[in-house]
Design a binder for this molecule. Structure first.
Ligand code: NDP
Length: 453
């Protein structure tokens, strides 16, 4: 028997909606439906599949305000972020709508015949989505998976299922056939775990914590199931003395406190060259105190609440005696934590090493380029990071030396839907977005044709 549970608005602690969570049997039934739909979806002509994805993209764009409103209520995202996230789904679908007509193989010279490779769909793909960016992470998975001819079963996080449910309805309204994109709300330990164990699911794309990701990878190994993982991060923001320190301090809060720090790319470790450390901290205090943590419906909001009481408690457990200064946050109902800056003793500190996933940043000095690189790489993670310098050669050297999948020089941007995104080390396996993602959702088949018989 399936149960219903309450979905909560994290800014008010009020119930937004009740949602039914799927059982293992119901999950299996949806997987079977996706497998049946795969037989015809993979043979939809490139022209028609492209047009269907474009229609889906247009449908999402028409509903951007509605989707954003749902996300503000369900996830506490600021209005600006929520609109960007809805647009991101539309943009990703539009980008991958160009794929069916361009999914090229190769012709490789061989003796005695012709050798051709084909990029073929894998089958039913299971996409497991976390609560921090419910819309974009779902879209990055289903955009590439559907374009390459797979069908999808998608499990949103229990805390934030509402936009995914609506996106599933919009897909049908746009003409995507029944069974091609299936949203299955429910528990990770039930629905998500079944994606791993049910052999009809041929690939799992997981985004979430490194701990759960390791378990999924181990589970997939049983069936040599394809798996991609987008996991945690502890990204460094490296600021050299040759850069405008006031400008670096002004941009640093946005690089870490956006989405209340619940971002795998958050620049949670700031490294500042020693001779400009005090100057940086002076300006940083001003910019942190000006960063507005408030009702996410307000256009002025820089960040909203955390997603849950549990997440608030976890984050608060890292706020120890090393606090340098804090911003402000609303009191009363809601899971609020103010922007917080720590000055840990050294790189061994728990707050420096562990992913906190909240509005908490640590700052340490470094002496020179080599020290900055060593400190930045002293982490099990390698997802993102920023380098602020006016020296072009240094920017290039440090960008090549930092062990991370996504770096930005003199900015904090991480994600563009047409460039690859993913992690080094324990931040993940494989890449989302850009052309690279197509390899994550296809098998390469090689066929030799004998021309001499
Ligand atoms: P989880 O890794 O537990 O959840 C991510 C997704 O995986 C959710 O949809 C969850 O479902 C599902 N899931 C959980 N357990 C299993 C399982 N055994 N098999 C299959 N799927 C499963 O993250 P949490 O929500 O617990 O967050 C905890 C911490 O993880 C955060 O504090 C943060 O540090 C990190 N995190 C990192 C993210 C990132 O993008 N790097 C994203 C989210 C969290 P359900 O939630 O419904 O149980």
């Amino acid at each position: 028997m399936s149960n219903t549970y309450d979905v909560i608005n994290p800014a008010t602690e009020q119930v937004v909606k009740q949602v039914r969570e799927a059982t293992v049997e119901e999950t299996d039934a949806v997987i079977a439906k996706a497998a049946a739909a795969f037989k015809s979806w993979r043979n939809v002509t490139p022209y028609d599949r492209s047009n269907l994805l474009r229609a889906f993209s247009n449908k999402v764009r028409e509903h951007r305000e509605e989707l954003a409103k749902i996300e503000i209520e369900n996830s506490g995202h600021t209005r600006g972020n929520a609109l960007w996230e809805a647009d991101n789904v539309a943009n990703v679908l539009n980008y991958y709508a160009g794929v069916p007509e361009r999914l090229y193989g190769r012709q490789i010279p061989v003796a005695g015949g012709v050798d051709i490779t084909f990029k073929e769909p894998i089958g039913v793909v299971g996409i497991i989505v976390p609560w921090n960016f419910p819309m974009p992470i779902a879209g990055w998975g289903f955009g590439a998976a559907l374009a390459t001819g797979n069908t999808v079963v998608l499990k949103p996080a229990e805390l934030t299922p509402l936009t995914a449910i609506r996106l599933g309805e919009l897909a049908l309204e746009a003409g995507i056939p029944e069974g091609v994109l299936n949203v299955v709300p429910g528990k990770g330990s039930v629905v998500g775990a079944r994606f791993v164990t049910n052999p009809t699911v041929r690939k799992v794309s997981f985004t979430g914590s490194t701990t759960v990701g390791k378990g999924i990878m181990a589970g997939c190994a049983e069936q040599v199931k394809r798996v991609t993982l987008e996991l945690g991060g502890k990204s460094a923001n490296i600021i050299f003395d040759d850069f405008d320190i006031e400008a670096a301090a002004a941009s640093a809060p946005g690089g870490v406190f956006d989405n209340a720090g619940q971002d795998c790319c958050a620049r949670t470790r700031i490294l500042v060259q020693k001779n400009v450390f005090d100057k940086f901290m002076e300006h940083f205090e001003k910019s942190v105190k000006a960063f507005r943590c408030e009702d996410p419906n307000l256009d002025t909001a820089g960040m909203g609440p955390l997603i849950s009481k549990k997440q608030k408690e976890t984050v608060e457990s890292y706020i120890d005696g090393s606090v340098a200064f804090q911003g402000t946050a609303p009191s009363g109902p809601g899971y609020w934590v103010p922007p917080t800056v720590l000055l840990p003793k050294d790189t061994k500190a728990k707050s420096w090493q562990e992913e906190i996933f909240g509005p908490v940043v640590s700052v340490l000095p470094f002496t020179d380029e080599a020290d900055a690189i060593e400190k930045a790489n002293d982490s099990i993670y390698g997802l993102s990071g920023s380098i602020f310098t006016s020296n072009l050669g240094r920017a290039m050297r440090v960008a090549r030396a930092v062990e991370s999948g996504n770096l930005s020089v003199n900015s904090h941007s991480s994600v563009r839907y047409w460039t690859p995104f993913g992690g080094y080390k324990q931040s993940g396996l494989g890449r989302a977005l850009g052309p690279e993602s197509l390899d994550m959702y296809t098998e390469t088949k090689n066929v030799f044709f004998n021309t001499e018989s």
